[in-house]
Design a protein. Structure first.
Length: 156
């Protein structure tokens, strides 16, 4: 959030948000978002957690706590018309990848070395092939690359 953005670009975030029905994130990512000050999402948010007991009262219209099997949660969301889902958070993304539930990756890189955090692909149990679709380079050095899952017999 503190990285220079003199052009006040949203880096394609708002047009991306128009393409999705909802957001699934883990507890740690949810806690980071809570620190933003104002709620940044207009789409429904589903927080996966085994330890979080409840969503803060002021966000219960925007966010829902979910527990249990990811595939069951996805089926329930699909029954509500929520099928295009943005998955956020290192551990949550890893869980979805390990169940082969990710069709598209959009990876943004900021030219800062953090030195700590959750590695995005740390605990992946097998190989998944993705095809590069595009890379966009913004004026401040941030890059955004898009990849689609190759589900052909040679890509699985």
């Amino acid at each position: 959030m503190s990285y220079p953005n003199p052009e006040k670009s949203d880096f394609g975030f708002f047009s991306f948000m128009e393409q999705i029905d909802g957001i699934i994130m883990g507890r740690k990512t949810f806690e980071v978002v809570l620190g933003f000050g104002e709620w940044p999402y207009t789409k429904p948010v589903f927080v996966l957690s085994h330890t979080l007991k409840e969503i803060p009262a002021n966000l219960r219209q925007q966010a829902t706590l979910c527990q249990g099997d990811i595939k069951v949660i996805l089926q329930k969301l699909a029954a509500q018309g929520i099928s295009q889902i943005y998955v956020d958070g290192g551990t949550t993304i890893q869980s979805f990848l390990n169940q082969d539930l990710i069709d598209e990756l959009i990876i943004s890189r900021v030219p800062i070395i953090l030195g700590s955090g959750i590695n995005l692909f740390e605990n992946i149990e097998r190989e998944y092939k993705f095809n590069h679709i595009s890379t966009e380079i913004f004026s401040n050095g941030i890059t955004k690359s898009e990849y689609l899952r190759d589900r052909s017999p040679s890509g699985s």
